[in-house]
Design a protein around this ligand. Sequence first.
Ligand code: GLC
Length: 530
Amino acid sequence: MSASSGAAWWQTGVIYQIYLRSFQDTDGDGIGDLNGVACRLSHLLELGVDAIWLSPIFPSPMADFGYDVADYCGIDPIFGTLNDFDRLLGKVHRLGLKLILDFVPNHTSDQHPWFLESRSSRSSPKRGWYIWRDPKPDGAPPNNWISEFGGSAWSFDEASGQYYYHAYLAQQPDLNWRNPDVRAAMLDVLRFWLSRGVDGFRVDAIHHLFEDEELRDNPINPGWRQGMSPARRLTRLHTMDQPEVHDAIAAMRKVADEYDDRLMIGEAYLPIDRLMAYYGVDLSGFHLPFNFHLISTPWQPAAIAHLIRNYEAALPSGGWPNWVMGNHDRSRVASRLGPEQARVAAMLLLTLRGTPTIYQGEELGMQDARISPEHVQDPWERNVPGLGLGRDPVRTPMRWSADMHGGFTTGRPWLPVDATSIADVCRQGGDPTSSLSLYKRLLRLRKAEPALSLGSYLEVGHSDSVLIYERRYDGRRLQVALNMSADTQTLPLALPIGKTLLSTAQTGIAARDSDRLLRPHEGIIREVQT
Ligand code: GLC
């Protein structure tokens, strides 16, 4: 399709996020690895996705499970070797898929040689690679900034008598992107992997890349309530979304553009108007600044219609939209909306205009697992226990089969395999009513119908329970009607309807052609006769 439409692979394609630790273990250590991805590629082909985004694979003490990188140009032995990586990449490409890596530019591990050197003395040539400041006269940290994972964002280094800044854990010191040597070194990291053949990057925590140079205190957040994350006590006025970030993003993008057809995605949790700046001046920034708003918008037709309208209207000219329904940091969709509405959400995600990203396990309808205190792994939960901030529940291993530990590992899984909520890949694959079968049908239709990937978006209407929109391409009109309620709904008489192509309910599609009823929790895709 791309060749004839002129669209790029990442515009028509669907991205699948692999949280590597929990995908497939092949060496029995209870942690997923690169060879595990290689041996499960058939699942992704059958599912019908186009690109894989791998969570960090680099050597790391794993204080934040790979988001604390100790060497940007290697592979952590837990996950395999560079050879394994090259083999995987070759296989991915031979199968016509793309591979995207996670790039973590905001911070390194405190075990990265750069930081060890920086820490070694105030006069170290790498001192300026990180953000070091003197204590206040009373010995307190330089300002009131709070770490995303709780506690002060400053840690004191006894030996050199200064504090260093970390937006996340103390084991994740922030790099100083105002230092040209840091920038040059990090851009070389991109070149290292792009030259190896990776198809792009998902750039981690980009909104944190710069902080206020004067280190002004963040203002108190009047909206903060007991039970919310401690980091939200303050608004992040001086620690997030600083103007200098756009120049750094443009520099990353320029490197990607030295190569053919590569993709840059940015992770930025921002309101729509501020997110748009991440496309860059004249689209010189990210191809896809991740749009997380479906995760936070109330699941009601009016609210979702409003979100789509606002997002579409805010896009810069030529900017390509994208939609995310979940990831390794956020509660799973089937837990947020319930298993029935998770199916409707899948139809929404895969029929909106823009590149969708599916988080591993969503195709099975996986839910947040209950993690007992002795199994807690996430440093956020450990730092700030009991507030429900921990991300372990959304990171439990994939369930592939009825084998021990769901076929994920022959050893002891790093997080328990959740056997309570859903059937495994094998069983769902043989069941036409399963979530997996629905995802496959949706992805197949999306491939067959350019209207669903490239078509324009047209809001048709909504009620308290139903959201209706159209996708149009080259004279072809497809209508999507989503029943976001548990009751049967009647579609308006004025609405033109034609052949039903797909329903989230499993049976009787043919019989539905002329009727105007939507069953409880049903979404349908129909042709519109013109
Ligand atoms: C991003 C990642 C998250 C990680 C954090 C710090 O938000 O998605 O998992 O903990 O950055 O790198």
